[in-house]
Design a binder for this molecule. Structure first.
Ligand SMILES: Cc1cc2nc3c(=O)[nH]c(=O)nc-3n(C[C@H](O)[C@H](O)[C@H](O)COP(=O)(O)OP(=O)(O)OC[C@H]3O[C@@H](n4cnc5c(N)ncnc54)[C@H](O)[C@@H]3O)c2cc1C
Length: 335
């Protein structure tokens, strides 16, 4: 039987990790494969500590085996150490398909691992199926204007899924067996080390890539003050806030808010683009959005070509009214 291994280098198992497990389960049925899960880093350690209480399950669980890759040096993230730990795990598991979640650190680890294995790699994957024993991969190309369909006939193949492209697996991912894996790591191989952690203030509780609703602001917002209004709207909608590169480069908002080709790729149910022209480099980051609402003063702005609903007006005249309406609806719902 073939083996799909979902590698989860993480602090905790969140939506992105569960989406990767969901993608693996989807492929497993067509590929006649078993799914194993490998946790690396603090999440593995916390499960190992609670091992007595974590009872392996059978039947409806996500995986046949959950590997816990353990080493004190994996408490802090360093790409070289995580690649080395994953490589050592692969000598035990020998998977046909190695799946990573759509997280920034997974994108650091996966290409290095693929290079060491001499494996094929595809990132930003939105579709997976099996055909004649080969893995068939779909991913957006040309700024989301087309989809490429790639065939990986030879194992192993390394895959990073796009956030919100697959349904998350909501059940128990531990599976029938829980297996700690001890690895040996060479501290001198780590070329970077964390010297300080700066917790970024986020106006909204939901991470950008995982949010069902995203409000994005651009140069048309005019400065950091205008973004306070967008933050309030995002918070009231239970969503996250993002921005165009122009707004990030101007220093109005943190670079981590950037959506687009060189920023984050998002796929919310609703994206509200405010004061954003809709340059192709921005649009590539929102091609997975199910519904786009654009607010822009220029009726010829390219964002209206991709928007499902467009409002030609200064945001200053629209956003406060939206905030009031969302508040009113929220209050009506509570009574
Ligand atoms: C290699 C490369 C990579 C890039 N990567 C990215 C990326 O990842 N993400 C990204 O976003 N960009 C990226 N860019 C930049 C991109 O090309 C655009 O320059 C950028 O997206 C423009 O941002 P904007 O829409 O906020 O600004 P602008 O293009 O200046 O648009 C501002 C809009 O606001 C409107 N407006 C003005 N006043 C108001 C108002 N009061 N109310 C409502 N609307 C108003 C205007 O009509 C205009 O349409 C990249 C560029 C390059 C070359």
């Amino acid at each position: 039987m073939r083996v799909i291994l979902v590698v989860l280098p993480t602090l905790e198992v969140g939506r992105s990790e569960r989406e990767a497990i969901g993608a693996a389960r989807l492929l497993a049925t067509a590929f006649d494969a078993e799914v194993n899960v490998a946790l690396i880093g603090p999440a593995a350690e916390s499960i190992a500590e609670r091992r007595e209480d974590v009872s392996p399950t059978s039947g409806a669980s996500a995986s046949t085996c959950a590997f816990l890759v353990l080493h004190p040096m994996l408490r802090e993230y360093a790409p070289e150490l995580y690649v080395s730990a994953t490589e050592q795990l692969l000598t035990t598991v020998r998977p046909d398909v190695i799946l990573f979640p759509g997280r920034t650190i997974a994108l650091e680890i996966a290409p290095r691992l693929a290079y060491r294995l001499g494996a094929a790699i595809a990132t930003d994957v939105i579709g997976l199926r099996a055909e004649d024993g080969a893995v068939v991969i779909t991913k957006p190309v040309y700024g989301g204007k087309a989809h490429a369909v790639l065939v990986a006939p030879q194992p192993p193949v390394v895959i990073c899924v796009r956030p919100r492209a697959f349904d998350p697996f909501e059940g128990d991912f531990i599976g029938e067996r829980l297996e700690p894996i001890e690895v040996t790591l060479d501290p001198s191989s780590a070329r970077t080390r964390i010297v300080e952690r700066i917790r970024e203030e986020s106006a909204t509780a939901v991470p950008l890539e995982e949010a069902r609703i995203v409000v994005g602001g651009g140069r048309g917002i005019g400065g950091p003050e205008g973004f306070r209004q967008l933050e309030e709207l995002a918070r009231l909608l239970g969503g996250a806030i993002g921005a165009s590169r122009a707004a990030c480069d101007a220093g109005w908002v943190p670079a981590s808010w950037q959506i687009g080709q060189t920023g984050k790729k998002i796929a919310p149910d609703l994206y509200v683009a405010v004061g954003i022209s809709g340059a192709s480099q921005h649009v590539v980051g929102i091609s997975g959005a199910k519904c786009i609402v654009a607010i822009n003063t220029d009726p010829r702005a390219p964002i209206f070509k991709v928007a499902d609903l467009g409002i030609v007006e200064a945001y200053e005249n629209i956003v406060p009214a939206l905030i009031e309406e969302v508040k009113r609806l929220g209050a009506a719902e509570r009574t």
